[in-house]
Structure formats: C-alpha cells, structure tokens
Ligand binder design. Structure first.
Ligand code: DX5
Ligand code: ZN
Length: 229
C-alpha cells in the first residue's frame, strides 16, 4: 500500500505558479491535481490547455486532470497533447462513459471516473474493470475550500470493499475538504490518492503542509507493513 498526495492547483498563487509547483514536487507530492471547469457542468470557470502546456515544462509529476466539464469526450486528445498523464471525467457529464474511457486509453492516458456526492457508488461498478482510478468527491464539485462531507467515508469504504472483493487494481482518489484533521480517516477508509488544495497552498508553507500529509501516509504504510510481517 502506498499513498499519494495530489495538490490541487486551484488553491495555488498563480502569480508564482511555477515556483509553487516545484515546491510541491520537492516536498514529495507525486501527482499534481488540475481542475478544469467550464462554467456549465459546475458554476465556475478555471483554466485549460494553455496553462497545462506551460506548467508541463516545470514538473515531472503525474498530471492528474480532473475534468468538471460537460461532454468531456470532445477534448481528450487535446489534454493528452498538452501533457496530461491521466484524465478523470464525471459520470454525470457523459452519455457513454465506456466510449470516453476508450478514448482516454487510445490517447495513451490513464482513465479515471468521478462521482458527485449524490451519485450512488454502484453507478461506477460497470466500469471498474476498465478504469485505473475512481474519484469520489467529498464536496460538491466547483469550488476549493469547502468543508469535507463525512458521508464520503461510507462511500469510500463501500468502494474499497467492492474492489478488494473483486481483486480489481483500481485506485481510489478523494477530493474536497481534505486536511491534516481528516487525512488519516480518509486513508483508513480506503483512499489511495488524496487531493488537497487549501490544505497545501494556504496557511503555513507548502513544504510544512505537505510534510503533515507525508507523515500520515508513512505512518499508515508502516502499520500496514507490520500487519503483513
Ligand atoms: C473542487 C475541486 C477540488 C478542489 C479541492 O471542485 O475538484 O480539487 O480544488 O480544494 P480543497 O482541498 O480546498 O477542498
Ligand atoms: Zn478536483
């Protein structure tokens, strides 16, 4: 078991973006979570391909692109061309999820499928043998800085036990309201990848913030190793 931190760019200081991304990479964040919003699927508009192309030059992290846009299938090749490593789309935003997953794979990327808090976890079951990751939203998508919804714990646990039962190697990513207060419970429930925006880029320094996540991850990994020995 290895846990991964995915800092969400949405909370970064865009005035010094390159520098902040490098700080996250140096502090041990293996992913960079890139929230793309279109003002239709969610109320806000964030950023798109030109920004990703530009920051690709500054980082070797896994670019984890979270599409909060309607009809995401239209843009998969463009996201691949600008440097995405994985693309996660919302089940609620597509008519044919299978086709979108296929297109993501054809573009050479890892595929993720995401569900909003009100969508039942069972809705992703038909796609679990095809995707590399499921993103469980622990806030309503659209904005950073919202409080974590505790209902997410049961949803993470449900998906974790289903995946374990079926022996499927799918990562669980959790996004929204994560911080030092709940990260231990989130990974205990079964998450592999923790997204964090405000908790990484606001408050203290990026490296101090990230070290708290890393501490929680390494402690849990050590416990897990002990249990196996
Ligand atoms: C919300 C985005 C999140 C957001 C997380 O729609 O998908 O990735 O940036 O921000 P925090 O960690 O501040 O809740
Ligand atoms: Zn996100």
């Amino acid at each position: 078991m290895r846990y991964i931190l995915a800092p969400s760019l949405l909370a970064a200081d865009f005035n010094i973006l390159g520098q902040q991304i490098r700080e996250t990479e140096e502090a041990g964040a293996e992913y960079l979570h890139i929230d793309v919003m279109d003002g239709i699927f969610v109320p806000s508009i964030s950023f798109g391909m030109p920004l990703i192309t530009s920051i690709r030059k500054t980082s070797r992290q896994f670019f984890d692109v979270h599409l909060m846009i309607t009809d995401p299938g239209r843009y998969i090749e463009e996201f691949a061309a600008c440097g995405a490593d994985g693309v996660t789309f919302h089940l609620e935003a597509v008519e044919d999820a299978r086709k979108v997953i296929e297109n993501i794979h054809k573009a050479g990327l890892k595929a993720g499928i995401s569900i909003k808090p009100a969508t039942p976890v069972e809705a992703v079951y038909p796609y679990l043998s095809e995707v590399e990751m499921v993103l469980i939203m622990s806030v309503e998508p659209g904005f950073g800085g919202q409080p974590f919804m505790p209902e997410a714990y049961d949803r993470i646990r449900q998906l974790r036990s289903f995946l374990d039962e079926k022996g499927l190697p799918v990562k669980i990513e959790v996004d929204g309201g994560l911080g030092k207060k709940n990260v231990r419970d989130v990974i205990e429930a079964g998450a592999d990848v923790c997204v964090a925006g405000s908790a990484v880029f606001k408050k203290r320094s990026i490296s101090e913030n990230i070290s708290q996540f890393m501490k929680a991850f390494r402690e849990k990994e050590a416990l897990h190793k002990e249990r196996l020995e």
